[in-house]
Design a protein around this ligand. Sequence first.
Ligand SMILES: [Zn+2]
Length: 149
Amino acid sequence: MYGSQLILLPDDCSLPVKRQRKRKKTPVPHAPAPRPPPQPAPIKCKGFKQKQSTYRLSVAPSGRARCRRCRAVIGKGETRLEISAFVRPGRYTLLLRCTAPSCIDAPLSAAILSVYKHAERVPVDAALEGSAEAHRVVHAITYAGLDAQ
Ligand SMILES: [Zn+2]
């Protein structure tokens, strides 16, 4: 019995040929990756290097923004401190502070001085350049920064 078994083949012996389908590769355009939801605050994230914030003195263009520290409305035309806080590579959040002496506090001034070394080097809007206001804030940063040391 062993080996005598007939294998019946169908008349059509051709093996089913796999249809050579041309694989349709869906072209992947260089679409930007889906954006993760915006983060409300610059939380310290692991995975990339934290970058320093940048600062700038400017004149409030409107009276809508509030100081990040005292929450008081920064009136139109008032001097304000812009803080571009690093969120993640390529993304910064603009934070604002009024320039009341209590809001130019030691930690903020220390952070500013760690970036610019001297408060005089903080960028100032053209409208404020050389003004008494700019001098006042630069002075405040310098002295608050000394307190922090
Ligand atoms: Zn304030």
